[in-house]
Ligand binder design. Structure first.
Ligand code: NAP
Length: 313
């Protein structure tokens, strides 16, 4: 397993991480246990969850039951800010909410610290300095080691960097944003240059476009029986577009002509992009993880990267 620093911080993460948003939702305790134990065996150290995953609290709760002694050996990342109640009262980045949210996450995860605590989305109702000060206090209290953000626009990242500097507070070390061979524009145009400039690491989410980039879906063919884009209509409508079919078919040919698979292309391309630190793909079965940890080894040449730009442009 390759390890990388998360941005310019000293935090080392496995280049292949595990996205934990299936736990407590599509995966019950036993299925979650199988995936997490396989991740340990394969040397994955970065586990990315959130308070809202698994029907609000389910992912963290199951992970708390499964991690056991291994907790101290991994980089445990969670998130706050998305609504934990229907009325939205439990959400956002206010000091009052953040201080409560972290206690709830720690209790569910059965740990007394988080390695990375990420603000899941910006909170337009709360000045970012209030959130940063609250997060800095959590670091001083030993409840959190590093902080990151997610779904921030480039200007919001830059505002947070400078606000933290002005306050003498700990700043964000990472961002999460959607980024894959099929969804490039949003992150590449503004966010990634800003992150590169300020030394933040990127944890791309939906790296496999919810599975479309694994090659298991074929246009005009029966869908696999148990798979996310078969069972989740909202995501199927989003990803199974004419444009995405056409691009993924070209990418499949590109990979096959060079003796590689679609997951190898999806992972290796992301790992070749600065400032990607780790690819946190989700998995529903241990065999998927086995494939995914092997998939980052293709060293794409400059010519191949240019050809991929042409195919995905
Ligand atoms: P993804 O990585 O694009 O897709 C993962 C899904 O693809 C798996 O659940 C599995 O689904 C399928 N899959 C994975 N490996 C496979 C393989 N080798 N062969 C065949 N199918 C395979 O999307 P994601 O898991 O939703 O995103 C990654 C992580 O990013 C999440 O787990 C979460 O931690 C994070 N995330 C963050 C945000 C945010 O707002 N910050 C948003 C979304 C996600 P099936 O087996 O069911 O088909």
């Amino acid at each position: 397993m390759e390890f990388r620093n998360l941005g310019s911080s000293g935090l080392r993460v496995s280049a292949i991480g595990l996205g934990c948003n299936n736990f407590g939702g599509r995966l019950d305790l036993e299925a979650t246990r199988l995936v997490i134990h396989k991740a340990f065996d394969l040397g994955i150290t970065l586990f990315d969850t959130a308070d809202v995953y698994g029907d609000r609290g389910g992912s963290e709760t199951l992970m708390g039951q499964v991690l056991g002694e291994q907790r101290k050996n991994i980089v445990l990342a969670s998130k706050f800010a998305m609504p934990m109640s229907d009325d939205g009262a439990k959400s956002g980045g206010s000091r009052r909410y953040v201080m409560n949210a972290v206690e709830d996450s720690l209790r569910r995860l059965r740990t007394d610290y988080l390695d990375l605590y990420q603000m899941h989305q910006p909170d337009p109702r709360t000045p970012v300095d209030e959130t940063l000060r609250a997060l800095d206090d959590l670091i001083r209290q030993g409840k959190v080691r590093y902080v990151g953000c997610s779904n921030f626009r480039a200007w919001q990242v830059v505002e947070a960097v400078w606000t933290a500097r002005e306050l003498g507070a700990t700043g964000f070390v990472s961002c999460q944003d959607e980024y894959s061979l099929l969804v490039r524009d949003g992150a590449e145009r503004d966010l990634m240059p800003a992150m590169h400039r300020y030394g933040l690491g990127l944890l791309p989410y939906f790296p496999l476009a919810s599975g479309l980039l694994t090659g298991k879906y074929r246009r005009n063919a029966p869908m696999p029986e148990v798979a996310r884009l078969t069972t989740t209509k909202r995501l199927a409508e989003r990803y199974l577009t004419d444009r995405n079919w056409a691009v993924s078919e070209k990418l499949a040919d590109f990979a096959a002509e060079r003796g590689h698979t679609m997951p190898e292309l999806a992972f290796s391309w992301l790992l070749a992009r600065k400032p990607v630190a780790s690819v946190i793909a989700g998995a529903t079965r241990p065999e998927q993880l086995e494939e995914n940890v092997r998939a980052g080894d293709w060293k794409l040449s400059d010519d191949e990267m240019a050809e991929i730009d042409r195919l995905t442009g």
